[in-house]
Design a protein around this ligand. Structure first.
Ligand code: SF4
Ligand code: SF4
Ligand code: SF4
Length: 205
């Protein structure tokens, strides 16, 4: 299902959506930063665990150890409050990860889905399968009046009426919901070459 998990299941995605509603000035993401997550996937999830191994020959989950904000927010912090004796074991790693978490949360307040779009290796991995997933967005160009509503509501900065098969699409279907002209829809993936079913546009009023 490609990145549908990111749109509908992942709790950290949901948390980012929630905190992005905090009323502050919002910013757009500089699009080349979207490539960083593929570097994180390659470096911290694939290369570093293979290269840096311990005495027993095992690699460490470096991303989880050094960065993963979901692990800190949803695992470490609740555990410390449930078992206060664990505070004695807290060291530099924890404080570093707390600082990373705070930076990422501030990023997500200012930029929609900041962590998903820039840093998450899991999102990067899912995105490799976006274009062969069982489901897809359909775009019917003849119905589009270029009102821009889909672009304004897309949480990952996709321009749905231009890049509707984007790897950044998390299949949240917000664009489908806000398009009153039936130019966007959700369907099972069509075989290559099979045209989309043309739907009649309806009046938004
Ligand atoms: S990109 Fe990562 S953090 Fe964001 S929703 Fe997907 S799995 Fe969760
Ligand atoms: S909301 Fe629909 S009609 Fe408006 S730009 Fe997007 S696809 Fe086109
Ligand atoms: S293109 Fe549509 S379905 Fe995909 S992330 Fe943006 S709003 Fe959600």
């Amino acid at each position: 299902v490609g990145r549908m998990t990111c749109g509908w299941v992942c709790p950290f995605g949901f948390i980012q959506d929630l905190i992005h509603k905090i009323p502050t000035r919002k910013f757009s993401l500089w699009k080349p930063l979207r490539w960083v997550k593929y570097a994180v996937l390659g470096l911290m999830v694939v290369i570093m665990p293979v290269v840096f191994v311990d005495a027993s020959g095992l690699g460490h989950p470096w991303f989880c150890k050094l960065v993963c904000p979901a692990g800190t927010l949803e695992g470490a912090i609740p555990l410390l409050f449930l078992k206060p004796t664990l505070w004695q074991t807290v060291g530099l790693f924890f404080w570093n990860k707390l600082a990373v978490l705070i930076l990422i949360l501030v990023g997500a307040i200012l930029i929609s889905r900041f962590f998903c779009r820039v840093l998450c290796p899991l999102g990067a991995f899912y995105s490799l399968f976006s274009r062969i997933s069982l489901v897809q967005l359909e775009f019917v160009a003849g119905n589009c009046v270029e009102c821009g509503a889909c672009v304004r509501y897309c949480p990952t900065g996709v321009v749905p009426n231009q890049e509707f098969d984007s790897r950044e699409c998390i299949m949240c279907l917000k664009c489908v919901d806000v398009c009153h002209f039936r130019a966007l829809d959700f369907s099972m993936r069509r075989p290559p070459g099979k045209p989309a079913k043309v739907k009649r546009a309806t009046s938004p009023l």
